[in-house]
Design a protein around this ligand. Structure first.
Ligand SMILES: [Zn+2]
Length: 478
């Protein structure tokens, strides 16, 4: 039909004068468009089970903001050539949301497909209920060899792994161990490899001295050292614009270091032929505030996109088309059902996430986003994002303690904060008073989403060893 329309277009305009042609052109253009519109849609290849028996590499990087990656439009520095290339080799989700800006609660949502209240790990250090199905347990039961090589959260109650090692913040060591494990695998059985890097977490070790090269001559209180950053995070020390510029450099240097380390893992797996018939999922647990709201450097207190918007990409050459982008809002809890669907492994009955297979099958399909939610420890604070509207809902007016020695209400969260991210991506202008109907609509979404969901939160004592680990790594106010 398209070819015939083009022929008509050319044959008709040739003998006409320029005025007549100008009048006819819009009509012909519309005719051409209408012919295109009648083309049969491309057949969709169903992807359920399309990667049956494939390996899975789950690569997660701590504290990695989506908007500091080239793949998400960052241009100030070449932060992420390796990660960008990995994302471009598959499908990239432009608007993926973490369920909590805190490491273990967020990662537990990835592993279970449940909101933090559903898996019960709503604070760093809390353990899973033993009977909860998780990605490693489910794939282990399906015959997979499972190995986890983590940089932090070493003392959490990890389950379902044949091999488990944790380095305490030494990402290079994790990579070496993961590659060693991958080399020794039984080639006749698929594997699940999870590598979680300390990444761009304070004190930004992975940046080395990179910030000094990016922002030379800085003499202020910040540096890629725990003893320098801890006071800024635990005492109300104000940073000025010069300090914040250096903070940006420290963070970007850590992103660049994490990019190199991620690249080394993927290159090592590729050269060992461990990326053949392999689904690679790349994500972060949360981002970093970097002083953009409430003079807060860290992440776990934040309810803003700086920490909740995370990179998410899925590659499976030959199964998932390369280079596709999905603009709709999705959630990290969608990872588990998506992977299981792709691998043809049955999903647990209790699932809060949704399979993203329809996006994988037709990334450019027009569909409305489902709302994405986050929780906030054991408090009643939630966020919801639908399309470009974001509501921070704090019905009890809770004022969190984010910096232990700071005065009260140093991190004010209004009862209702409404942002139109299409006009105000930095979440600066609270529209709640002007848009009460939108506030009510979004608050209703939160209420309905969590009503009736099983809640496994119970106050747990964080094991002493884990408390020590968190402290030594620079976790504060978790
Ligand atoms: Zn984290």
């Amino acid at each position: 039909m398209l070819r015939r329309a083009r022929g008509f277009f050319q044959a008709t305009i040739r003998p006409l004068g320029s005025t007549a042609m100008r009048r006819l052109l819009p009509i012909l253009f519309l005719l051409l468009l209408s012919c295109r519109g009648k083309e049969a849609p491309q057949p969709v290849r169903p992807l359920a089970g399309a990667a049956k028996g494939w390996n899975v590499v789950l690569l997660t990087v701590d504290t990695l903001r989506a908007d500091r990656l080239g793949a998400y439009g960052y241009q100030a520095r070449p932060n992420s050539p390796g990660i960008d290339a990995q994302l471009a080799s598959g499908i990239t989700f432009d608007n993926a949301m973490s369920q909590r800006a805190s490491t273990w609660p967020s990662l537990a949502s990835v592993l279970t497909g449940l909101y933090p209240s559903g898996h019960g790990v709503n604070e760093n250090g809390y353990g899973f209920p033993d009977d909860l199905p998780t990605l490693p347990k489910l794939l282990h039961a399906a015959g997979y060899q499972t190995g986890a090589f983590l940089s932090n959260m070493c003392q959490a109650n990890h389950q379902g792994w044949d091999a488990f090692a944790c380095s305490g913040g030494q990402d290079g060591k994790d990579i070496r161990r993961a590659l060693e494990w991958a080399h020794g695998l039984d080639p006749h059985r698929p594997f699940l490899l999870w590598v979680h890097l300390f990444g761009a977490h304070p004190p930004y070790y992975n940046g080395g001295d990179g910030a000094e090269a990016m922002d030379p001559g800085y003499q202020g209180p910040l540096g890629p050292r725990k003893k320098l950053l801890d006071p800024v995070m635990t005492k109300p020390i104000a940073l000025d614009a010069r300090d914040v510029r250096h903070l940006d450099a420290l963070y970007d240097a850590a992103v660049q270091g994490s990019d190199r380390i991620s690249g080394a893992l993927l290159a090592g797996l590729r050269s060992a032929s461990r990326l053949d018939r392999t689904v690679v999922l790349f994500a972060a647990d949360h981002g970093e505030e970097l002083y953009q709201h409430n003079r807060y450097l860290y992440h776990s207190c934040s309810v803003y996109q700086t920490t909740l918007h995370v990179p998410l990409g899925l590659a499976a050459p030959g199964v998932i088309a390369a280079g596709a982008r999905v603009p709709q809002v999705v959630e990290l809890i969608d990872v588990l059902p998506t992977l299981l669907d792709l691998l043809g492994v049955a999903k647990p009955a209790e699932q809060h996430g949704k399979s993203l297979l329809p996006y994988l099958e037709r990334p450019d399909g027009r569909r409305r986003s489902l709302p994405a939610f986050s929780e906030y420890g054991s408090s009643t604070i939630h966020t919801v994002l639908q399309d470009h509207w974001k509501l921070v809902h704090n019905p009890d007016g809770i004022s969190p303690v984010c910096i232990p020695d700071a005065p009260p209400n140093h991190y004010p969260i209004a009862r209702e904060e409404l942002y139109d991210l299409s006009r105000d991506p930095g979440e600066r202008e609270n529209l709640a008073a002007r848009e009460p109907a939108k506030v009510a609509e979004l608050a209703g979404l939160i209420q309905r989403r969590f009503a009736g969901l099983k809640n496994r939160v119970r106050q747990q004592k964080v094991p002493e060893k884990l408390q020590e680990e968190l402290k030594s790594l620079g976790y504060v106010a978790h």
